[in-house]
Design a protein around this ligand. Structure first.
Ligand code: GEK
Length: 243
């Protein structure tokens, strides 16, 4: 699907406002995320594959922070279990307005319902798969442990959480070098220095990233018995956690 090109930060902005998932972002989102996250397509496809392996008959699947539904679409294509519904939740009206049509445009046997809600407030029903692809980083840090616990409690035995996050590194030298490698990735994908620096300023207060160790400790503290990192490129990483 070809989508409009992201040029939101291409012209100089006097005061760079905090990043928000508004209409302008939703419009260009597929282009923005695929030019910004190394391996995004691989991550999404693999999350679909893992959902296919772990989906249980007659159980729900959640996609928390579904944006335009890329992960829901991948799961819809891979899940063969019977009596499954995928529920995508996002609190951006601009995303939700577009998401259902995006998801419906792809074939698949599994029904997908998109809801506009805050995943911190939303109660979760028993489920076999929960996908959180780059969403935890936008949740207030002090609310993350309770959210992971809520996910763990909702998962059926043998259920799986699929988590992807941008991470930071305690070692300042390592962190600076890895951030630079990511910026080089963005340059190679056509983002200018101005776009990179203005986006960085816009997102600084909105996206507060943890270290990989913090993420793993939180998963284990919630009760997950298997916590495994399966993807890493620069500061972008994915885990599966099995109950
Ligand atoms: C993908 N998973 O393409 N409640 C619900 N949604 C939220 C909340 C919240 N409290 N906070 C943020 N969001 C997608 C990509 S994007 C990642 C996810 C990124 C939503 C927010 O509106 C946005 O749509 C999404 O989380 C994060 O596989 O832009 O880096």
């Amino acid at each position: 699907m070809s989508t409009p090109r992201d040029s939101i930060y291409a012209t100089p902005l006097g005061d760079v406002a905090n990043f928000a998932f508004d209409d302008r972002v939703a419009e260009v989102f597929p282009d923005m995320i695929s030019r910004s996250v190394p391996g995004y397509a691989t991550i999404v496809q693999t999350m679909g594959l893992l959902a296919g392996k772990y989906a249980q008959n007659n159980a729900l699947i959640y996609d928390l922070g579904c944006s335009l539904g890329a992960t829901s679409i991948a799961m819809k294509q891979h899940v063969k279990a019977k009596g499954v519904t995928i529920i995508g939740i996002d609190n951006s009206e601009a995303m939700v307005q577009r998401c259902q049509a995006h998801v419906n445009a792809w074939r698949g046997d599994v029904p997908v319902e998109i809801i506009c809600a805050d995943i911190v407030e939303q109660s979760l029903k028993p489920c076999s798969v929960v996908a959180m692809n780059f969403t935890m980083q936008f949740i207030a840090p002090e609310k993350r442990a309770a959210l992971v616990q809520k996910i763990y409690d909702a998962l059926l035995p043998g259920g799986i959480l699929l988590l992807s996050e941008k991470v930071r590194h305690e070692d300042q030298t390592a962190d600076a070098l890895i951030v630079e490698l990511h910026h080089e990735f963005k340059r190679q994908n056509g983002y200018s220095e101005l776009e990179i620096s203005q986006k960085r300023a816009a997102i600084e207060n909105v996206m507060r990233i943890d270290t990989a160790e913090q993420q793993e400790t939180r998963l284990r503290s919630a009760g997950f018995s298997t916590v495994q990192n399966w993807y890493r490129c620069f500061n972008f990483t994915s885990w599966f956690a099995i109950k």
